[in-house]
Design a protein around this ligand. Structure first.
Ligand SMILES: [Zn+2]
Length: 124
């Protein structure tokens, strides 16, 4: 009886994971533009002793940070492009998260499928 419960829970999980995949597909199928990277505010002192930043507020600029061929590349964001880039990079991150989740789901499904096969297999 315990085994039957366990198998029944596994079948249920299989259906739940399949439903989750259906929810992920629209993220991949969207047509919106994606921009790789993350946006953040950089604060720095420029080094000039006479500059206000030497004693007061540091310089602030918005930066797009992205990995290119294993290296981190920092790109200054022109003012006026910030809101766009925030949205487009968030969309990119959402896309990548969905892709990673799909990988996990498939791994889990294959494991469940293998266990179900094991439980159903009989010698002739
Ligand atoms: Zn300065």
């Amino acid at each position: 009886m315990q085994t039957r419960d366990r198998l029944s829970r596994m079948r249920q999980s299989l259906y739940e994971l399949a439903r989750e995949i259906q929810e992920l597909v629209p993220v991949f199928a969207e047509r919106h533009v994606l921009v790789k990277g993350t946006v953040y505010e950089q604060r720095r002192k420029c080094g000039k002793p006479s500059c206000h930043c030497a004693t007061g507020e540091p310089h602030r600029s918005m930066i797009l940070s992205r990995s290119e061929e294993g290296r981190t590349r920092l790109i200054a964001i022109p003012s006026g492009h910030l809101k766009d880039l925030e949205l487009l990079t968030e969309r990119y991150q959402r896309f990548r998260r969905a892709r990673a989740r799909l990988g996990q789901i498939y791994k889990k499904m294959i494991s469940l499928i293998d266990q179900l096969e094991e439980a159903r297999r009989r010698e002739p």
